[in-house]
Write a protein that binds this ligand. Structure first.
Ligand SMILES: Cc1cc2nc3c(=O)[nH]c(=O)nc-3n(C[C@H](O)[C@H](O)[C@H](O)COP(=O)(O)O)c2cc1C
Length: 273
């Protein structure tokens, strides 16, 4: 990419962030034009459905709110130890759990806020260390708090490393969440503004994953540097109507690894930044 192209793309990115300035009074989104809304969820494609436990009473959940807020941090050093199914269930509930419906089928109300309550994301998972689950690729079904298993695969390390652009530290993750944007779900309501809103919406999901993990003593890290094509392919997404654009590995952590965590940013000291 040459200098000119870089400048053009940077300018296009800024224009995108200014979409709120686009105030054409004649512009109508599909919702306002009376087009029927798309489904609130994707239906399962597999018959291998795992109902997730919903009794969180047995979990050791930190309940000092300020401690959880202050304790949140990105972790990149994981122990290859199992996350329990109840822990995973709790994290998924915090990330995307459906608490109620607005109207009969207008919208879902979830544990995270979302522009227009469109909830345009589906969470896909690559599972490597979860008690009772085979390694492989899964899809979260928020409509009944379940997982569907799409494909079992014992060794997922290579996929994790490649899909996260060579960030091989994530190879030891227990689970990697992949955020799938179902574009029309947001576009139906927000049209040309949908994509900017969706970027904001994704942040709430990721933050709830961070906070749920912090409360359980599990580590994790949002990942923007993903490889879209291989991620879309493994989860069967067409890459246009739906595509992966954010990931979030999580894994068991240990106090003894604190120095290794700090070493990720050793360059700050090396270069006196
Ligand atoms: C949208 C987003 C994308 C990120 N992408 C990456 C990434 O690709 N690789 C990485 O190591 N960290 C990534 N991070 C983590 C940030 O580097 C981290 O949040 C930041 O250094 C501050 O550290 P803290 O989270 O411990 O407060 C990302 C964070 C966010 C919110």
């Amino acid at each position: 990419m040459d200098e000119f192209e870089i400048r053009q793309k940077t300018a296009a990115g800024r224009t995108f962030m200014h979409m709120a300035k686009e105030n054409d009074p004649d512009y109508k989104t599909d919702q306002y034009s009376g087009v029927t809304q798309p489904p609130l969820f994707k239906d399962p494609v597999s018959e291998n459905i795992i109902k997730l436990p919903t009794d969180f009473a047995g979990l050791d959940i930190r309940n000092d709110f300020l401690g959880v807020i202050n304790g949140r941090a990105s972790h990149r050093v994981y122990r290859e130890e199992n996350i329990s199914l109840t822990e995973l269930s709790f994290i998924l509930w915090c990330a995307q759990g459906v608490k109620d419906l607005r109207g009969k089928r207008y919208a879902t109300l979830r544990t995270v806020p979302c522009g227009g309550a469109r909830h345009e994301f589906e969470l896909y998972l690559c599972i490597q260390h979860v008690e009772g689950l085979a390694n492989g690729f899964y899809h979260y079904l928020p409509q009944n708090h379940s997982l569907e298993c799409l494909k079992e695969q014992e060794d997922v390390k290579e996929f994790i490393g490649t899909s996260l652009s060579g960030q091989t530290w994530a190879n030891k993750a227990g689970v990697v969440f992949y955020f799938d944007m179902v574009a029309y779900r947001a576009e139906w309501r927000y049209g040309i503004h949908a994509h900017r809103i969706a970027l904001v919406d994704a942040g709430y999901i990721s933050q709830n994953i961070y906070l749920a993990c912090t409360a359980l003593g599990i580590g994790g890290c949002a990942i923007g540097a993903i490889q879209e094509d291989c991620s879309n392919e493994v989860f069967g997404l067409d890459g246009d109507e739906e595509f992966i654009f954010l990931a979030h590995p999580i894994g068991k952590i240990a106090a003894e690894d604190h120095q290794k965590e700090l070493d990720f940013y050793a360059f700050v000291h090396d270069y006196d930044l």
